[in-house]
Ligand binder design. Sequence first.
Ligand SMILES: [Zn+2]
Length: 245
Amino acid sequence: MSLHKDEAIVLSKRAYGESDRIIHLFTREAGKVSAFAKGAGKSQKRFMNTLEPFNHIRLEYFEKQGRGMVRIENADLVGPNSGIEVSMRRACSASFFAEFVDRLTREREPHDTLFTALKEFIDLARTKDPVYADILHYELLMLDILGYHPNFDTCVYCGAAMEEAERLHFSRERGGILCAVCARSLPHRKCAQGLIPGFLSAKAMQDGFATHALEREAQDLMESFLAYHIDVDFRSYRLLKTLVF
Ligand SMILES: [Zn+2]
């Protein structure tokens, strides 16, 4: 058995028997880790509510050889989750990104920049209701880190540069925009004027989309892109969509 020190964001927590808990953590140095927290249930004394979802913690854990579930020895709070509970929008969007990271990474695959992105989004959701452009910004950022980012800059087929106003064709199969010439022979969806500039604006953390209709179209495009390339049905996204968008 070896003792490790790391920092982590709590992704989820579930009961295990009367008084123990199983915690899914996204750690900075080891990536996703499943952890056993003995005595973290009933009394709450041992970990003093440190192991709640969206908390940023510093911890010590034991890992057995063979790398199964780790055992949490100590945990201290670095950044609390307070503020997330204020609105459905905050809670649902934080849940979405926790699930996003949980389902798109493998156990013990370190992703330092993804850790930072998740922490940034949780800090944002603690202090304000995220608008769609905020959510999209972090979605694109995390996809970029994981190697799935759609290309909104140049034609994905021939590489041609385009003015923003000319970016009107999106191929989900090829993962990005097409120029007018390539669009003649390749399957794609026609985008409304202003859609791709809206993506670029959200990516740069500016205002996002000019109208609600463009925002809807962007959601639809992202859903179709993710369904094609990732094919994960995010439970929390369905809730976010029903209750918030
Ligand atoms: Zn082209």
